[in-house]
Structures are given as structure tokens and as C-alpha cells.
Design a protein around this ligand. Structure first.
Ligand code: IPE
Ligand code: IPE
Ligand code: MG
Length: 253
């Protein structure tokens, strides 16, 4: 894949895109249908987004599918979402495998049924060889949970005498977080019109470009994805430096 447009070194494409897929319920409501109907339509939009990412050389796509706060929704909606997750995993794995997509589920999966946990592990194992795209599905994920979990892990290592407190720094902390094996997300897209993070990747998004679109998730198609990428390539990412310093760095490779 090419991370940069060779005709213009200043144009840098995102390697890792994260998406808060929001608006399924409103999409269904606009059509006089149940929220469940919206979630099913949302699953089709996921398939399209994965194909777009692959075709466009994006290395990693991380999708927020179910937050730790979404357990608070009506029981019927939660159970439909779980069933949908099960059936989508079952149905899509052969295609993902064929297309070289490596699937990973990030989040606290211990709260899911044993059946669903098994299905997740199977899907991960079956796609483990994928080299084209890493697809991470954030399920029962919360950014605060992720950070607390990392802190617990480091504390356990200190307790076991494997790590000195003085050796805890940003990199050792980061290694314990979800997505540690991937480059940090370059671009965060949120559909559905709300301008918030909703406890998604709190640490990992520190320097991501944020892009908010009114389009509801089931309507998110190649055109909408391309618009987000276009907006991204027009941004100047400075990472705390001056604009001149960044230009020099980019020109010098
Ligand atoms: C996003 O769509 C999907 C999940 C959170 C599971 P919503 O279900 O939040 O849709 P809206 O925001 O109510 O329209
Ligand atoms: C964020 O959407 C979570 C997912 C897309 C899975 P929500 O619909 O749960 O977010 P809020 O409640 O509007 O912040
Ligand atoms: Mg929502």
C-alpha cells in the first residue's frame, strides 16, 4: 500500500481509520421501522466500509460497534445486537478470509455469552493470516475501561517484580492498551451528526484528525467515506510543531 501520494509528498493518506458508527436508530425511525431494522442496515454499511478500506490501501480500520454504556439500552435491543453480531461474524468470516482481512475484537468480551465468545475466538483464528487489512471491532469497549485495564496490567507486573515503577512511561503504558500493535488512528469519523467521542479510544485518539458527518451510519457509502478521506488529506497535522517545521519534515521524507 502507499501511505503517501507520490505526486505530492504533502498528501498523506490515513493508515488507520477509526469510525463511530452512529445513527442506526434514527435511520430506522425516519422510515417508520424498528431500531432493529436500523442495526441490520448498519451491518450492510460495515461490509461496504471494509471493502472501501481494503481497496484504498488503508492498513487498519477500527469500528465502534457496541460501547460499554450500550448495555443500558432496552434488553430487547441489546439482545438483537448480540444476535446480529453472532450472525454477521458467522456469515462474513469466509469473505474476510478470502480478502486477506484480519479480524480482531477489542473490548471486554467476558461479558458476552460463551457462545458469542467462542464465535469471536473462532473468527479471529480463522482470519489470523490476513495481510491486507486489520479490522478491529470494538465491542463492549470503553476508552476508560481500556485505560484502567492497562493500569491494572502494569500494577500486576510491578506486584510480580517484573517491572519497576520508574520504568512506566507512555510507551510501556500504551503497549497494554487495545490496538497497541497498530499505528495510532490518523482519522476518526463519526456519523450521525453528534460531535462527541462517547468514550471511544480516549488515549489512542490523542492526535487523530476528527471528522464529524451528519449522514446516518446505514447511509454511509463509498462516496461518504471518500469525502472523509478528502477532508483528511486537506488538513495540516502539526503534532505540536510549527507549520514550517512540518513542511520541512514532509519534504525531507
Ligand atoms: C449506533 O446507532 C449503533 C449502536 C450504538 C449499537 P444507534 O443505535 O446509536 O442510533 P441512534 O444514535 O439512536 O440513531
Ligand atoms: C456510540 O454511539 C457507540 C457506538 C456507535 C457503538 P452511542 O449512540 O452509544 O453514543 P451516544 O449515546 O449518543 O453518546
Ligand atoms: Mg447513537
Amino acid at each position: 500500500m502507499t501511505a503517501t501520494d507520490s505526486s505530492n509528498p504533502a498528501v498523506v493518506f490515513p493508515r488507520h481509520v477509526a469510525i463511530i458508527m452512529d445513527g442506526n436508530g434514527r435511520w430506522a425511525k425516519q422510515r417508520g421501522k424498528s431500531r432493529t431494522h436500523g442495526h441490520r442496515a448498519g451491518a450492510s454499511a460495515v461490509r461496504k466500509a471494509v471493502a472501501f478500506a481494503r481497496r484504498n490501501g488503508i492498513e487498519a480500520l477500527t469500528l465502534f460497534a457496541f460501547s460499554s454504556e450500550n448495555w443500558g439500552r432496552p434488553a430487547q435491543e441489546v439482545s438483537v445486537l448480540m444476535e446480529l453480531f453472532m450472525s454477521v461474524l458467522k456469515r462474513e468470516v469466509p469473505q474476510l478470509k478470502k480478502n486477506g482481512v484480519r479480524l480482531k475484537v477489542v473490548g471486554d468480551i467476558s461479558r458476552f455469552s460463551d457462545r458469542l465468545q467462542d464465535r469471536i475466538r473462532q473468527a479471529e483464528a480463522q482470519t489470523a493470516e490476513g495481510q491486507e487489512l486489520v479490522l478491529s471491532i470494538a465491542a463492549n469497549y470503553g476508552g476508560r475501561w481500556d485505560i484502567v485495564n492497562a493500569a491494572k496490567e502494569l500494577a500486576a507486573q510491578v506486584h510480580a517484580g517484573e517491572l519497576e515503577v520508574a520504568d512506566i512511561d507512555e510507551s510501556s503504558f500504551e503497549r497494554q492498551l487495545c490496538l497497541a500493535d497498530l499505528p495510532a488512528p490518523d482519522l476518526l469519523i463519526r456519523t450521525g451528526g453528534d460531535i462527541r467521542i462517547s468514550n471511544f479510544l480516549l488515549w489512542q485518539l490523542a492526535y487523530a484528525e476528527l471528522y464529524f458527518a451528519d449522514i446516518l451510519w446505514p447511509d454511509f457509502d463509498d462516496h461518504a467515506f471518500a469525502e472523509a478521506i478528502d477532508a483528511f488529506v486537506r488538513r495540516e497535522r502539526r503534532f505540536g510543531l510549527t507549520s514550517e517545521q512540518r513542511q520541512e519534515l514532509l519534504a525531507g521524507g
